[in-house]
Design a protein around this ligand. Sequence first.
Ligand code: NAD
Length: 268
Amino acid sequence: MADKLLEAKPILERFRLDGRVALVTGGGQGIGRAFAHALGEAGAAVAVVDMAAASAEAVAAELERKGIEALPVVADVTRAEQVQRMVDTVMKRWGRLTIGVNNAGIAGWFDSETMPEAEWDKMMAVNLKGVFLCAQAEARVMLSAGYGKIINTASMSAHIANTPQNQAAYNTSKAGVLHMTRSLAAEWAPRGVRVNSISPGYTRTQLVNEFIEKPIGKEKLPHWLARTPMNCLGEVTDLQGAVVYLASEVSDFMTGHDMIIDGGYCVW
Ligand code: NAD
């Protein structure tokens, strides 16, 4: 019998994404921007999707300056027709889609007893329905190709109730992403499409940086650090290895899994 181990390509080559095509929603800034760079550096062509056109264009231009094939795509993930157009645009440009990173999300703090219904609906529309609509449109082309990697951005808030701020709706939406990931993984595994998620802890994006400079942020930061065994915020670069791992062939036997990257927050 063939020895799979001796026949396999060297391990770092198996992390490469040459010839693969990826899209990243919410790719215009923060974590999505870091995911887009990571996938591109690993060899993939990358569609940078965002509802903010200028951000999508700026990140696509950053990638092109690194010699990465990139395409800015404007889409609101809460709108099924725009999500379908996003996938159609990628297919028109490259003829395939191998990696779908469903990362666009919004956060918000509300006391539940006074949270307006419209805010609840908005949170669920972006964080939950948006991830589903993207996964659905991506899977249609991946299932017919017999292979695909879907990676959803959940959060450590899918696992714990954050404190001291109140964010029941956000936490609920992210717990939904986690179970949607498992459910879609089970449904599509027999046809070659893997679905996994990444759950970041508090991560230093530009918005988080700006926030912790304000009085309310200065008040919250010590609470967050005290609950994090590593006693620091994560950097977006701390998440890049996970997205390349989940996008590449090295993780082909993994599906329905969540990678928590939180400096140990969920351990306590
Ligand atoms: P961010 O606000 O910096 O970036 C989000 C991007 O998504 C923006 O470019 C925004 O324009 C885009 N976006 C928002 N709504 C959209 C929509 N309807 N359609 C298309 N694009 C839309 O956020 P971030 O901190 O980079 O977070 C990215 C993801 O990571 C989110 O799902 C968030 O919940 C999750 N997350 C973030 C942290 C953190 O500490 N930063 C921690 C855990 C999870």
